[in-house]
Design a protein around this ligand. Structure first.
Ligand code: PLP
Length: 939
């Protein structure tokens, strides 16, 4: 029995299953007919499958409605054998994708001999990338067939690509097709289309949301075309849009050209349109740097320069490292060169293919400028901070940000105000920083007269665990208080988000563009005036008033200066360390470009890796042409994993996927939707539209407290060592599984298999346990399921690390860290000052202490220790803690002698800690029930 659309998260799955059910039932019907057996049940199954397919097949070019109608006519006419033959051919072609790139496929043909002919006709032809083009026009079946034939006639053997058209008659159908047909790359809007679909679309409501649409009845055809173009661009900005019209094209071109790639007159035929469609795809397909490197690699060269591996020369003649070529292949060495001319380019001063590749990336990722980085987002972050922050500037940053920000801010000489994220003590995880925390810190700085020194807000979106900010809201409210604030969004984990319509509005580049557009709108000016009427000017309004409402920035003062750094290699296709910096800064060329370039030079190797750069170029091409398809499938795979864990009777006894409601407290979710995607796309859209934080569904945190196995042991000893399943982050009682565009259904299936095996083993072990062993197991479960030591907030800088007027604001300066502590003197490091009664603590960290994963420092230089921090560190299950040595303890400034006391000493006896170091703040007994062996002593 085919499942109806509501049984799944994926319409593609529904479609695949329905075709399979149809193939099976029609094959049996054909057989039953031959043997004269009863057929009622089989006809019911086939009819159900046809009912599922009828409202959705019209969105795809293959097999197309004529073939579908023919097949249905054969079925209703009882000609089961002929029907079964067509269905089998279509289903086979869908399953193997064999219709893609084939010139000769005819879905209506009924016999296999036809397929063999088609295949042999295609043989010897280059497999060309295939795509589909949406035509929006209300046509008869015959007109549609004629149009399809017309486009096919223009095909030439040397065309780079092959396409077929899908015709839909209405606005609503066009929007649904854009959402559902992942193969669409272009859309031709003609003038005669209706508003609403003629079909009953209720079964699709779960997968598509038509959203609000203006009334199309009373507007002119070209205005309707414009409204449709806007809607399509919102869903799929990458689609090339074309308009075909019967009226004065010259006039329309002047008015509508920003919506459409080209506008054609309908009577001039379709050749020009056909060529433009191919040209549009070719523009995205181009990968200038990859191509340049490819051409270079096949030219014979004499190398009188660095890089002996260039053209494999030091390897192919070697007697000892030939296996290097066997392993990597010769091609990669042919492409190794340090040349910056001869068709190649210099990353530091790009003028040729690299410059072009970066411009294409800017178009694809929606930035004004994009820069490639070959040393990861760790370097990208340092470049941006160094370009924009002067010594003494105040930067607001999430305390739990990646270590590269801490180091970058230190190098820039910034004063740092750490922001506290909300805490999830139950799972030993941090969430994201609430807007009220950001606003209160800004207002504190305003009260202290320091707002003019505040330069930048730096946040991680999405967080490691998948918490996603409302980027536009954050920027709007902050700009209301500080109209010239710069935003750096660390999107190390979020490069893919641009390519899905639900995620896109919460990316930095899209939010920056929307914000700039909003600030120009008269409606915004009016709302801002109404706000002034209600609360007076923001500069004069009281803190409580500003904290209690959503603020709008003054359109006359606010500037949009937004930067995003992305580890392309983490979530899209790129070799390791391939990252990008995206810029959407209204004043970049006048104010920033030069210093940005200097900062870029500071951190960029003069020998950047060309393979990484070429892979960034190709990763961009892929994202531009199939980003939507890949991300959509990634989400579906993630949902499959969630479903499989939560619905498996054995697994769900020991593990469960944490829901949005468990990871994001209700106060940040006004939509009140606990599981947005699971309850259908419209709910997901609503939550993503209104909630302060949402959960990226592609990341799955599984709660494993009931297994009695700690997160890190679960990861290392079980998943990695025994089954080769790699994951990164764990907490005491959770493990995080990330899906990417590389996740396949088979890898999801394998993971489920592994988890089920582990659960079975646990069941067996439990059954065989002695009473004492069972008690020990129950204790382990209790320890993991009981609340842990509360996560610490940022405990504050010691006053010696502030600017002297520190309190009540909390910015500090971690720069003394750069002095090697073994040689620290009062002249190279600022000494701790004497006897200040307002000191928040006595023991101060000299360095970053960073549990890895996830790689966020729990202590930064100059930060005072607190009992909460020590308790938290002890409760960690992370074996790798950078900046801490289990045999020696922490490195600290001790305020005892009122001088720098950060020296390395011989290891103290492991237990108890050295008495003078065991300050009250660090007293181990401040931590109830802490497990032994965690980082808990100082040296
Ligand atoms: C939030 C965040 N930013 C930056 C980075 C560094 O990225 P890369 O590995 O590309 O240097 C990471 C790495 O995990 C990260 O999690």
């Amino acid at each position: 029995m085919p499942a109806g659309p509501n049984a799944y998260n994926s319409l593609w799955q529904v479609r695949t299953d329905a075709w399979s059910a149809l193939e099976e039932s029609t094959a049996q019907l054909a057989l039953a007919g031959a043997q004269q057996r009863p057929v009622e049940q089989l006809t019911d199954t086939a009819a159900e499958a046809l009912d599922v397919l009828a409202p959705i097949e019209r969105f795809w070019a293959f097999p197309g409605m004529p073939a579908f109608y023919k097949m249905r006519r054969l079925f209703t006419g009882g000609k089961y054998d002929r029907c079964a033959a067509i269905v089998a051919r279509i289903n086979r072609a869908l399953a193997t994708d064999s219709y893609r790139g084939s010139q000769s496929w005819d879905a209506e043909a009924e016999d296999d001999a036809y397929d063999r002919q088609a295949r042999s006709a295609d043989q010897g032809r280059r497999q060309r990338p295939y795509f589909e083009v949406l035509v929006v026009d209300d046509m008869t079946e015959d007109q549609e067939r004629a149009l399809r034939e017309e486009f096919r006639r223009w095909r030439r053997p040397d065309d780079q690509f092959l396409y077929e058209i899908v015709v839909v008659p209405s606005f609503d159908d066009a929007v649904m097709a854009a959402r559902l047909n992942l193969r669409l790359q272009a859309c031709v809007v003609r003038r005669r289309f209706t508003h609403q679909s003629r079909h009953d679309c209720s079964s699709l409501a779960r997968f598509v949301s038509l959203g609000e649409c203006e009334d199309l009845m009373d507007i002119s055809p070209d205005e309707r075309a414009q409204v449709l173009a806007r809607s399509l661009a919102r869903i799929r900005p990458e689609l090339d849009l074309y308009l075909m019209t019967e009226i004065a094209v010259e006039d329309l071109a002047g008015r509508l050209s920003h919506h459409f790639r080209r506008i054609f007159h309908i009577r001039e035929g379709s050749l020009e349109l056909h060529l433009s469609i191919l040209d549009g795809i070719a523009a995205r397909y181009r990968a200038p740097f990859f191509s340049a490197l490819g051409s270079y690699s096949h030219r014979p060269t004499g190398v009188f320069h660095a890089l002996p591996v260039s053209h494999g020369k030091s390897i192919v003649n070697s007697h000892w490292i030939r296996d290097m070529v066997d392993f990597y292949g010769l091609e990669i060495f042919l492409a190794e060169t340090s040349a910056t001319c001869g068709g190649l380019d210099s990353l530091l001063e790009p003028t040729g293919p690299l410059r072009e590749a970066q411009q294409l990336a800017a178009e694809t990722f929606g930035s004004k400028q994009t820069y490639f980085v070959t040393n990861g987002t760790s370097t990208a972050n340092k470049v941006v901070v160094q370009a924009l922050v002067q010594p003494g500037d105040i930067v607001l940053v999430d305390w739990n940000c990646h270590q590269s920000h801490h180091y970058g801010l230190m190098l820039a000489g910034a004063m740092v105000t750490y922001l506290d994220a909300y805490r999830l003590n139950q799972y030993s995880m941090y969430g994201a920083v609430p807007i009220t925390e950001i606003k209160s810190q800004l207002l504190d700085l305003r009260r202290a007269g320091k707002l003019d020194r505040v330069k930048m807000l730096l946040l991680t979106n999405c967080t490691f665990d998948g918490i996603v900010y409302d980027v536009q809201r954050v920027m709007q409210e902050c700009l209301a208080i500080k109209p010239d604030l710069i935003f750096l969004w660390d999107e190390a984990w979020f490069a893919f988000a641009r390519f899905h319509p639900v995620y896109r509005p919460r990316t930095a580049m899209r939010a920056a563009r929307t914000l700039a557009e909003t600030l120009r709108q008269p409606e915004h000016r009016a709302s801002y005036d109404a706000q002034t009427e209600a609360i007076g000017t923001i500069d004069a309004a009281a803190d409580e008033v500003l904290l209690s409402r959503r603020l709008l920035p003054d359109p006359a003062r606010a500037r949009v200066w937004v930067y995003a750094t992305q580890s392309t290699h983490k979530t899209l296709t790129s070799l390791r360390q391939g990252s990008m910096i995206h810029v959407w800064d209204q004043d970049f060329s006048q104010k920033v470009e030069e210093t940005f370039h200097e900062a870029y030079m500071t951190h960029t190797s003069t020998s950047p890796n060309y393979q990484i750069l070429a892979s960034l170029d190709l990763g961009r091409r892929q994202a531009a042409l199939e980003g939507f398809e890949l991300v959509q499938k990634q989400i579906e795979n993630a949902m499959r994993l969630r479903d499989a864990v939560d619905h498996h009777p054995l697994l769900s006894r020991y593990m469960r996927c944490l829901t949005t409601a468990e990871l994001i407290p209700a106060e940040y979710r006004p939509s009140d939707i606990d599981q947005p995607l699971r309850s259908g796309l419209p709910n997901m859209l609503q939550a993503w539209d209104t909630d302060e934080f949402v959960l990226d569904p592609s990341r799955i945190t599984i709660y494993i407290g009931n297994t009695g196995i700690e997160g890190d042991v679960f990861k290392r000893s079980h998943l990695m060592d025994r089954y080769g399943v790699q994951i990164n982050k764990t907490s005491r009682n959770t493990v995080l599984f990330m899906t990417t565009i590389g996740t396949t259904r088979s890898s999801v299936a394998y993971l489920i298999e592994v988890l089920v095996t582990m659960a079975r083993e646990l069941e067996t072990q439990l059954a065989d346990m002695s009473p004492a062993e069972r008690t020990a197991h129950e204790r382990a479960v209790l320890r993991l399921t009981a609340p842990s030591a509360p996560l610490p907030d940022f405990s504050g800088f010691h006053p010696s690390f502030t600017d002297g007027q520190g309190l009540p604001t909390r910015e500090g300066d971690g720069a003394p860290f750069i002095c090697p502590t073994t040689t620290a003197t009062a002249s190279t490091c600022r000494p701790m000052r004497s006897g200040s009664g307002s000191r928040p603590g006595k023991v101060v960290s000299t360095n970053y202490v960073t549990p890895y994963p996830p790689g966020f420092p729990v202590l930064v230089p100059g930060q005072v220790f607190s009992p909460q921090i020590l308790a938290f560190m002890r409760s960690l299950d992370t074996p790798e803690v950078h900046g801490y040595r289990a045999d020696l303890g922490y490195r600290v400034y001790v305020d005892k002698a009122l001088e720098i006391a950060a020296t390395t000493r011989p290891a103290p006896p492991p237990d108890p800690p050295a008495p003078e170091a065991a300050t009250p703040a660090a007293a181990p007994d401040a931590v109830p029930d802490a497990p032994q062996g965690g980082p808990d002593h100082v040296h």
